[in-house]
Design a protein around this ligand. Structure first.
Ligand code: SF4
Length: 374
């Protein structure tokens, strides 16, 4: 928290208009799963075999200067030198979030040492049934649960990251948050999925109005003990608070991978820059954002909008007080927005009632599941 606050304030004081908060470092695209909603593993075999070297990772981190480094992928624990990369980043005092499906965490855990700079961010898309369905393989939830328990016992920091798609049931998501809280994870992250054009399951991506309705139903009365590893203002943005109608900040979470610095963000691939400075200077940032670009239309993901929320928190007294209020008194949303499934009182005064649902069958992962429609 302090590292982020001081980084934002330093950039504000020097009147820097665009600065990064979290570097998304993808050291490989290879994975031991093939999830239906993933847009990262569709590369040909010769690309999937390649890896960034630790030196390439360090020079990207040094160039960028963000205080937080998130390592997604692919599955980073499949990288042949992941422990060297993590060690080098920790030595630079970077806060590292190693994003993993945890399938091989138990066998690799001895490669790492607990430190405040390293967090295992375990991919969990819901309770057992929903998670195993989302990752297209049975037994992954149980494996991840065991790995989380082991990592916590060994003294590691552990958070979860959850992506929600069309058909997510608010009550089940709330139960999932309860289960993770009981397990003792330090915090939870949640985001709607981005509609990757290359993902095999195109029917499961949420549109903006449905995203707001869904998050309102999940978060309108957060249970005692739930801890989110996210800006409360970003959560209010997901719930449809009109004061949080944010513009995207794609440079807040720049992405570096095998091809270089990806333009403009973690989700779109509109070319690559050779250096971080080139990415910042040569990208036409004005053409991106949900109101300007069709590819951004339904995007509300954390890698695009959380940096906007953090900037609001530390950019004004009003933003800071709104963050304190949301943290201690609950999230607020705008009552009369006409989002799907959105009815309820502002201020987290009770769980928003679920509308009547119609259940249909959706084909994905080579099987069929039930989808709930408001
Ligand atoms: S709105 Fe989403 S897809 Fe578009 S630039 Fe921002 S983060 Fe990328």
């Amino acid at each position: 928290m302090w590292a982020v606050a001081s980084h934002v304030l330093k950039n504000k004081l020097t009147r820097k208009k665009r600065y990064p908060l979290v570097l998304m470092l993808e050291p490989l695209f290879r994975c031991n799963l093939a999830c239906a909603g993933c847009g990262k593993i569709q590369y040909p075999g010769h690309i999937l075999k390649q890896e960034l070297t630790p030196e390439q990772c360090f020079s990207a981190v040094d160039e960028c200067g963000a205080p937080i480094v998130s390592i997604p992928g692919g599955e980073p624990l499949m990288h042949s030198n992941i422990e060297t990369i993590v060690e080098g980043l920790v030595a630079r005092k970077k806060y590292v979030y190693l994003c993993t499906n945890a399938i091989v965490l138990k066998e690799k855990i001895d490669l790492f040492r607990p430190t405040k700079y390293l967090t295992f961010s375990v991919h969990m898309d819901g309770l057992e049934e929903e998670h195993d369905f989302a990752v297209c393989r049975e037994g992954v939830y149980e494996d991840a649960l065991e790995a989380i328990k082991l990592a916590l016992d060994r003294g590691f920091r552990v958070t979860t990251n959850t992506t929600l798609f069309e058909g997510a049931e608010p009550g089940r998501v709330r139960e999932f948050f309860d289960e993770m809280t009981e397990l003792g994870v330090e915090g939870m992250m949640v985001s709607p999925g981005y509609s990757y054009s290359k993902a095999p399951d195109q029917g499961s991506f949420l549109h903006r109005d449905r995203t707001r309705g869904l998050f309102r139903r999940i978060l309108s009365a957060p249970r005692k003990g739930w801890r989110f590893n996210q800006s409360p203002l970003f959560l209010e943005f997901l719930m449809g608070n009109e004061g949080r109608d944010y513009h995207c900040t794609p440079w807040g979470n720049p992405t570096y991978n095998l091809f270089g610095w990806q333009k403009p963000c973690y989700l779109l691939q509109e070319g690559y820059a050779e250096t971080f400075d080139e990415l910042m200077e040569a990208t036409d940032w004005e053409q991106y954002g949900h109101e300007r670009n069709d590819k951004c239309r339904d995007c509300m993901v954390h890698s695009g909008y959380e940096a906007t929320a953090v900037d609001q928190t530390f950019g004004s007294l009003r933003g800071f007080l709104a963050t304190v209020r949301a943290t201690f008194l609950g999230y607020r949303w705008t009552e009369d927005r006409e989002d799907e499934g959105s009815s309820g009182e502002a201020g987290g005064a009770g769980i928003v009632e679920l509308p009547a649902v119609e259940r249909t069958q959706v084909a994905t992962c080579g099987s069929v599941r039930t989808e709930t429609k408001a």
